[in-house]
Write a protein that binds this ligand. Structure first.
Ligand code: UD1
Ligand code: CA
Length: 449
């Protein structure tokens, strides 16, 4: 087996995105485009991966960490020049190099393995991945003579007849490193864009009698690269469809997959039903048999058989059998157990709620530990912030906190405490106490009657 390393080209300016963010750091289904590409290469067992970046690539390096070799292309002189910027890396590797575009995230493990298998079996010195695209596009056209690959002509350099060619270049190649380096000086920039085209190596190799070939895949989506935000939306759609289909085939019902957004890497258990308008992102794991209506769930761990309705859950966790929402908001670091009810307009923040707690409407539960079976009335507020510091409160099991109570944290409410409605609780309470903390009502006759 030939040794295969990978070089990912990501030093282009990405001008067409019209953004301050480097193009390859735009996210598709929760993951940076470039990270998709690098992960795809790694998924087919390639260990040595180099990324060609521009000199101001701090943001890219910071995002992708240093598990890759970074090669700098000082001036963006074209894709051929970009690949040659990794010369030192290539010399160390030997064997063959898989060249990929940092802006094409849809070429996944399966397509890559298929392509590499074809290239290896055919013992090509240069093989590329192509596909048919019949709509108007700006990809390089694959020129064949008698069925054999001869050269690639970029759209901007193509004549009328060449523009009619539907087979286009995906920008993915497997190239013999020795032959590539030896031909390095043989490409030029005499073309419409004044750039050193990587695609010109095809003709150079052909002229030298090296074995060149193109593997045409049936999946034309693999060619899609992100050049504009229109492409970004298109690619997101394709990837979303792939993710959703995989999830559905694993036993999850997506009532309307076209209107359900799930990040790559999210795990969802069997028989969970997800209704439209739901967005599930980040490191989220959802168990079995849940019913989720139009909610946003980010970086959460959710157990089984919960009902979640029109709510926003962030960096939080819950056990089983809970009823959440509509319109509940779990802010980060909230964790609840089993069989709770967290109803309309209840906000949790850094709150730990044990089994059976009920907070059915309009409450703010910030920085608090609440034990089993506590009932939180409508309008209860944990006043956790004194203007300078945050304080934490505790409510013992089986307590009842009446409507419109404000607990001025820090307060320890002993178990079994009953707080009458409208209280301002400032002091700790012993177990099984009854607390009234409000001004006594005075009722007087109206003066003129
Ligand atoms: C390129 C191919 C085209 C192919 C298409 C597939 C060439 C000349 N053309 O065109 O045949 O159909 O990809 O998507 O190769 N880059 C650098 N340094 C540079 C220029 C580009 O690193 O100087 C990187 C970019 O960051 C990008 C990749 O190379 O990730 C492709 O460059 P791009 O300018 O997008 O090429 P295309 O015009 O799409
Ligand atoms: Ca491109």
């Amino acid at each position: 087996m030939t040794k295969i390393s990978a070089v990912i080209l990501a030093a282009g300016k990405g001008t067409r995105m019209r953004s301050d963010t480097p193009k390859v750091l735009f996210k598709v289904c929760g993951k940076e485009i470039l990270r998709h590409v690098a992960d795809n290469a790694a998924d087919c067992g390639i260990d040595d991966i180099a990324i060609v970046v521009s000199p101001n690539s701090d943001e890219i390096r910071a995002n992708l960490t240093d598990k890759y070799t970074y090669c700098v292309q000082y001036t963006p002189l074209g894709t051929g020049d970009a690949l040659l910027s990794s010369k030192e890396f290539l010399r160390k590797q030997g064997g063959k190099v898989l060249v990929m575009c940092g802006d094409a995230p849809l070429i996944d493990k399966n397509s890559l393995n298929e392509f590499i298998g074809y290239a290896e079996r055919g013992e090509y010195d240069l093989c590329l991945l192509s596909a048919d695209i019949t709509t108007k596009n700006s990809y390089g056209r694959i020129v064949r003579e008698n069925g054999q690959l001869r050269r690639i002509v970029e759209t901007k350099d193509a004549d009328e007849n060449e523009l009619l060619i539907t087979e286009v270049n995906s920008g993915t190649y497997l190239i013999d490193i020795e032959k590539l380096l030896e031909s390095a000086g043989e490409i030029n920039c005499n073309n419409a864009q004044g750039e050193y085209y990587l695609t010109d190596f095809v003709e150079v190799f052909a002229k030298k009698g090296y074995k060149i070939g193109a593997y045409k895949t049936n999946d034309s989506d693999v060619v899609l690269g992100v050049n504009t935000r229109v492409d970004l939306a298109k690619i997101t759609k394709v990837m979303q469809k792939r993710i959703n289909e995989e999830i559905m085939l694993s036993g999850v019902t997506l009532v309307d997959p076209d209107n359900t957004y799930i990040d790559k890497g999210v795990v969802i258990g069997r028989d969970t039903v997800i209704w439209p308008g739901t967005i599930i992102t980040g490191k989220t794991t959802i168990g079995e048999g849940n019913e989720i209506y139009s909610s946003r769930i980010a970086d959460c761990t959710i157990g089984d058989k919960n009902l979640i309705e029109a709510s926003t859950l962030e960096e939080s966790s819950m056990g089983d059998g809970n009823k959440i929402g509509p319109y509940a908001h779990f802010r980060p670091k909230s964790a609840i157990g089993d069989n709770l009810k967290i109803g309309n307009f209840v906000e949790l923040k850094n709150a730990k709620l044990s089994d059976g707690v009920k907070a059915s409407h309009h409450a703010y539960l910030g920085d608090v530990d609440i034990e089993e079976n506590v009932n939180i009335g409508c309008g209860v507020i944990f006043a956790n912030y004194d203007g300078v510091n945050k304080h934490r409160s505790y409510v013992g099991r089986d307590s009842f906190i009446g409507c419109n109570t404000t607990i001025i944290s820090p307060v320890n409410v002993g178990k079994g405490t009953f707080v009458a409605a409208g209280a301002n609780v400032t002091d700790d309470t012993p177990e099984d106490s009854f607390v009234i903390a409000r001004a006594r009502q005075e009722t007087k006759r109206k003066r003129h009657k």
